[in-house]
Design a protein around this ligand. Structure first.
Ligand SMILES: Cc1cc2nc3c(=O)[nH]c(=O)nc-3n(C[C@H](O)[C@H](O)[C@H](O)COP(=O)(O)O)c2cc1C
Length: 123
């Protein structure tokens, strides 16, 4: 079954855009192998990531991601079956958000998450 999950987390240190782009090269190879698509947002030391794919594969990958030493306080806030992918063309889309973007990482109501996806995701 196709699943979508999303979590937020805090980076253990500041990452540069270049460092994250370099990490994404590896993530995308593995995601493609697993059939996992999604979106990674980074702003001011916080991550939000959406992962979609086969439930078992998504949860297995999330099991690895949540113990990754590059971030902490990993909080899963969305976990549900879906019929179609929001990011069918992205093995992992990446958005680096700078200070001017309105983006409240700590207030993740379903409405805010939908807004996030509209603003940064499916475009
Ligand atoms: C914020 C964050 C997002 C990550 N996203 C992915 C991802 O989308 N795909 C992936 O394979 N690994 C991702 N990782 C890395 C995993 O935690 C893990 O290091 C990797 O899957 C291990 O790959 P391996 O099985 O080749 O050793 C992410 C790590 C962090 C900190």
């Amino acid at each position: 079954m196709l699943y979508k999950i999303a979590y937020r987390s805090i980076a253990v240190r500041e990452f540069s855009r270049e460092e994250l782009e370099a990490m994404l090269v590896d993530f995308r190879v593995k995601n493609q192998r697993l059939g996992i698509t999604g979106l990674l947002l980074y702003r001011a030391n916080s991550f939000i990531q959406f992962l979609e794919g086969e439930e078992l594969k998504v949860m297995a990958l999330f099991g690895q991601i949540r113990t990754d030493a590059r971030h902490k306080d990993v909080h899963l806030f969305l976990h549900k079956p879906i019929e179609t992918r929001v990011f069918p063309d992205w093995w992992m889309k990446f958005r680096w958000l700078d200070g001017e973007d309105e983006f409240n990482m700590s207030d993740l109501t379903p409405q805010n998450v939908r807004q996030l996806l509209r603003d940064y995701g499916a475009q």
